[in-house]
Write a protein that binds this ligand. Structure first.
Ligand SMILES: Nc1ncnc2c1ncn2[C@@H]1O[C@H](COP(=O)(O)OP(=O)(O)O)[C@@H](O)[C@H]1O
Ligand SMILES: [Mg+2]
Length: 249
């Protein structure tokens, strides 16, 4: 199986060299756990290595993302200008306001079929190898209609696989503590079955060192670390710290 480098320092060593190529990786966690940084770092490092990528943003405006990533010294704009990265703005579509972005979808509402088509067209325009959808819950399925969510997520991942794109799909789970009932891995409870891999991010958020963690719940076709791995976000982005000291679940 071919592997795609994750771009996250220390992660590839724990997953046999990288994400399975052409597969989908679900990255889930609470707010502020680093899901967007994870996705953007995957694209940024990939683009630097010559693998173009598309970032589909539904939660955050592209301008803000470019500004925030500059904090890490990542000049997204120059990668966009070089045709190595596209930020596809769907936040404005969601809000029903016009976008000032070159890549956006001007539609009265988010129509999932059109959206998938747009994503695929955008990806092929730069010969993208990587794609991030941030986030699945922001696509706005009706929670009560689990079937609709399941079908659309299935369709999206089917199209992504068909295009041989390696994907990071961002989902959300509320903060949960071990032992407080069955673990949740995604918003709709279907993403984790559809995805080939599930990575959970956690942030205790009480200031102490090492309060961020990453946990690989599953990765098809891969022998992966089974521990909870300490994680850090620094001025250089996200990295796993001392995975050899990872504590057991
Ligand atoms: N330069 C930095 N140094 C340390 N931590 C940072 C830095 N930039 C952002 N962060 C942390 O990353 C968090 C945002 O990560 P993000 O990927 O946007 O979270 P999510 O998408 O899961 O909500 C911030 O709340 C902050 O804790
Ligand atoms: Mg986010």
């Amino acid at each position: 199986m071919d592997r795609v480098k994750s771009g996250i320092d220390g992660l590839d060593e724990l997953i046999e060299g990288g994400f399975p190529k052409g597969r989908t990786v679900l990255v889930s966690g609470g707010c502020g756990t680093g899901k967007s940084i994870f996705g953007l770092q995957f694209l940024y490092k990939g683009a630097l290595a010559g693998e173009a990528g598309v970032y589909v943003t539904l939660d955050e405006r592209p301008e803000i993302i470019r500004e925030d990533m500059m904090r890490f010294g990542w000049d997204l704009r120059s990668l966009e200008d070089a045709g190595k990265l596209i930020i596809l703005d769907l936040t404005s579509t969601k809000l029903g306001v016009p976008s000032e972005e070159r890549y956006a979808m001007n539609a009265p509402a988010l129509d999932l079929d059109r959206l998938i088509l747009k994503i695929m067209q955008t990806a092929s325009e730069i010969g993208a190898k990587r794609i991030v959808v941030d986030s699945i819950p922001a696509l706005g399925f009706h929670l009560k209609d689990e079937n609709e969510a399941r079908n659309m997520i299935l369709k999206l991942t089917y199209m992504i696989r068909k295009s041989s794109l390696t994907a990071v799909l961002v989902s959300e789970v509320p903060e949960q503590s071990p032992g407080s009932g069955p673990m949740k891995f995604s918003k709709y409870g279907v993403e984790e079955y559809v995805a080939d891999a599930v990575i959970l991010l956690h942030y205790l958020g009480i200031g102490s060192e090492g309060s961020r963690t990453l946990y690989i719940r599953k990765m098809r076709g891969t022998k992966h670390a089974e521990d909870i791995i300490p994680l850090k976000i620094t001025d250089a982005g996200m990295k796993l710290t001392n995975p050899e000291e990872a504590f057991r679940v």
